[in-house]
Write a protein that binds this ligand. Structure first.
Ligand code: PEP
Length: 259
């Protein structure tokens, strides 16, 4: 059976609308020339203000657009926030929630993220819920305990009809933006454990969910990491800001999906 991959780019706070249009168009062109099978999906997550420009640029290419965060309420006096229904109505299919930068710099907790995940699901958005340990937690051998708590608390009271409604990203914090990727073995070990935790929390559907690896995923290490059985794609920061490197990662997934 063909393996399914989701290759997702997190552009973080990069790209004006004009820059997003150019980058998204270049990615769409490369994506189309790779002719990915339906089992390989490509997603880009620009800043909110560049979503519209990116959507226009990828029209008809099969590339999906997502947001990097959302609030848990549908409207109200929450200056500066964006509601999940707004994200959905803007044409996004996915929303990244709980990225370590949101946890670290904006104080987002598992309890808050649980509200966001539930709100996004109820709007028909696919949350990409991020989990991962810091360097200190890994050194103290607490990786699996930390990730389990993030999953148990962040996915509390959620029930899914289908595994495709939710995506998990395992992003070791020490590997994000540092050039220090987890080894393929380290990634596989945590992904396999996450699959077990998801089954425990969500039932049979949990075993089928896509689990992405994030943390300095690049063309150089994509083949090896994406070939691991419990790795179903990547959440990519730096390498997603260049059409060539992002397309090389999509190409690696296409090759593995066909093998
Ligand atoms: C990320 O921010 O989700 C990420 C994985 O970044 P990078 O690929 O740059 O490490």
């Amino acid at each position: 059976m063909a393996r399914t991959y989701l290759i997702a780019g997190n552009w973080k706070m990069h790209t004006t609308p004009a820059e997003a249009r150019t980058l998204a168009a270049a990615i769409a062109e490369k994506h189309s020339s790779l002719k990915p099978p339906s089992s390989v999906q490509t997603l880009i997550c620009p800043p909110y203000l560049s979503i519209y420009a990116a959507l226009e640029a990828v029209k008809g290419s099969g590339v999906h657009i997502g947001a990097q965060d959302c609030h848990f309420e549908t409207k109200g006096a929450f200056t500066g926030e964006i509601a999940p229904n707004m994200v959905k109505a803007s044409g996004c299919s996915h929303v990244i929630l709980g990225h370590s930068e949101r946890r670290q710099y904006f104080g987002e907790t598992n309890a808050l993220l649980n509200k966001k995940v539930r709100a996004a699901l109820s709007e028909g958005l696919i949350p990409i819920y991020c989990v991962g340990e810091t360097l200190a937690e890994r050194q103290e051998e607490r990786t699996l305990a930390v990730v389990r708590t993030q999953l148990v608390d962040g996915l509390k009271d959620i029930s899914l009809q289908s595994a495709s409604q939710l995506v998990i990203a395992y992003e070791p914090v020490w590997a994000i933006g540092t050039g220090l990727a987890a080894t393929a073995e380290q990634a596989q070990e945590v992904h396999a454990a996450i699959r077990g935790f998801l089954t425990e929390i969500l039932g049979a559907v949990g075993a089928e969910m896509l689990i992405l690896y994030g943390g300095s995923l690049k063309p150089d290490n994509a083949d090896e990491i994406l070939s691991k059985p419990d790795v179903n794609g990547g959440l990519i920061g730096g390498a997603a800001l260049q059409a060539d490197s992002f397309a090389a990662i999509i190409a690696a997934a296409c090759k593995l999906a066909a093998s």
